[in-house]
Design a protein around this ligand. Sequence first.
Ligand SMILES: [Zn+2]
Ligand SMILES: [Zn+2]
Length: 66
Amino acid sequence: MHCNGACKNYKAKSFGNGLSRYDNGQKRCHECEIFLDWEGLWCPCCGHLLRSKPRAKRAKVRTITV
Ligand SMILES: [Zn+2]
Ligand SMILES: [Zn+2]
């Protein structure tokens, strides 16, 4: 299955605070090339396995200088 556009209904909001999107529980679908705000493991659009990172104990905090 390929992207049929349904993923846009679950498109994750972008954060402008420099945090990784993964840190906000968002998952990325490589098929749709989009970040999703979706609880499931699989893309609701294309059925692709989503990439997500569990909250690491030692989170790498990147300081972004603006
Ligand atoms: Zn899609
Ligand atoms: Zn997808």
